[in-house]
Ligand binder design. Structure first.
Ligand code: CAA
Length: 391
């Protein structure tokens, strides 16, 4: 498909939580050097949801400005990608659909394959828009990343959502064919239904990610994708921002290219600003990388961006997009910085209390304390049902 007629991302909006825990605070509690987090894994803070926040409230908060700007008349599909779903049967997107007052003539579905789910949603959306260019698809990717207290993964927790409006004539990024695909049955990171925190095989997860980089690139190249030298920047899934550097260095070395620090910084330096502050947001992480890149001052008009989406388990995809002329007029840079900057810093004891919070499972009425100052909240549980409301 010619680059100037491909469908793609028409709007992009992010949302996160009420609270933030800094790695300075976490390191002080653990009695370790904060440089391990700041320089070692490239993280400075993690978003922490209030008790009345979850993927639904973040997803609705991310999507509301998109609907306010474009209306919902052309949206006939909502796809919510997540691996921290709030119900085993009902799609989180149905709650969002209700909070946003979308038309009943809409299909709503939830997608899961670890952190890759957001890209699966994007690709399905592109297919729908290709079939009927009059339609737009609202893609929401949102997660709360939670590991056990004191585990290796704890410092990589985070929470955020991103809403993408996919259309035939996008204002931000056109998404190209082909994609490079890779799947391997591996247990590098997973969360059994009976656990609220994820399990990870620490070094295996990094190795699996790097293997997937090679695998997707091989398939992408064999299908006639662009040469590496044509890309102006690369967005990677960022479980922690240092991982993007590891992955890009691996790709450059694999292809026999120079992988000096300056080369890495030029290719991915502008993609890490949001993830370093928010922590791992699983399905949203790659698209927070794109948001940070587009919001940076450099003009990317016409440039090719490489996207590497990785979901443990594992499924991965490499694809390219080109930045549309005039994109800067459609960005939400101020709102994005406001969403990150407005979070209230909490101390370790408050973080621990929120981390350990769990609803009783007795089916009774359990209203939640009003904490969030975001636009939507989880009012409580009643009869095993989650009840959401505008704040
Ligand atoms: N100053 C500077 N750097 C320091 C330091 C200090 N004082 N102390 C340590 N470091 C460096 C280390 O040298 C190391 O650097 P390299 O990776 O370049 O070798 C880095 O900090 C991390 O140190 P450790 O490996 O000792 O840290 P750790 O044992 O806590 O494990 C981790 C790190 C594996 C990322 C762990 O946080 C983890 O398990 N995270 C969850 C799993 C994960 O994110 N895996 C990534 C791939 S899977 C995926 O992408 C899907 C997903 O979203 C989960």
């Amino acid at each position: 498909m010619p680059e100037d007629s491909a469908p793609g991302i028409h709007d992009l909006s992010i949302a996160t939580t009420e609270f933030v825990l800094t790695h300075e605070t976490l390191a002080a509690h653990q009695g370790i050097d904060p440089a391990k987090y700041h320089r070692g894994i490239g993280q400075v803070a993690m978003s922490v949801p209030a008790a009345d926040e979850d993927i639904v409230t973040m997803g609705a908060a991310a999507a509301a400005p998109v609907i306010a700007r474009h209306g919902a008349d052309r949206i006939r599909t909502v796809v919510f990608a997540t691996e921290s779903s709030v119900d085993q049967a009902k799609a989180a997107g149905v709650h969002v659909h209700s909070l946003l007052g979308l038309s009943s003539a809409t299909r709503v579905v939830e997608l899961k394959q670890a952190c890759y789910g957001g890209t699966a949603a994007l690709q399905f959306a592109l297919g729908l828009v290709h079939r009927d260019p009059a339609e737009q698809v609202l893609v929401i990717a949102g997660d709360v990343s939670k590991y056990e207290l004191g585990s290796h993964g704890e410092a990589t927790q985070g929470a955020a959502a991103v809403a993408l409006l996919i259309s035939a004539d996008p204002a931000l990024v056109r998404v190209e064919n082909p994609s490079g695909l890779f799947t391997a049955d591996i247990m590098d990171f997973w969360r059994p239904n009976y656990l609220s925190t994820a399990l990870v095989s620490k070094s295996e997860s990094v190795a699996a990610y790097l293997q997937a980089v090679e695998g997707t690139w091989k398939d992408y190249t064999e299908r006639g994708g662009r040469p590496l030298s044509e890309f102006g920047a690369f967005c990677y899934h960022q479980p922690f921002t240092k991982m993007a550097y590891k992955a890009h260095r691996h790709l450059l070395d694999h292809c026999g290219h120079d992988s000096a620090e300056s080369t890495l910084a030029a290719a991915i330096g502008n993609t890490t600003a949001y993830n370093a502050e928010l922590g791992n947001s699983y399905t949203a992480s790659l698209y927070l990388g794109l948001a940070a890149l587009l919001d940076a001052p450099e003009d990317l008009t016409g440039q090719a961006i490489g996207f590497l989406s990785y979901g443990s388990g594992c499924v991965a995809e490499f694809f390219a997009g080109t930045v549309v002329r005039g994109y800067r007029a459609h960005l939400r840079s101020d709102a994005h910085r406001e969403a990150i900057g407005r979070r209230r810093e909490i101390d370790y004891a408050t973080y621990r209390e929120l981390h350990e919070f769990a609803f009783p499972v007795d089916g009774g009425d359990h209203p939640v304390l009003r904490e969030t100052t975001g636009p939507y909240r989880l009012a409580g549980l009643s009869g095993h049902k989650r009840v959401y409301e505008p704040r």
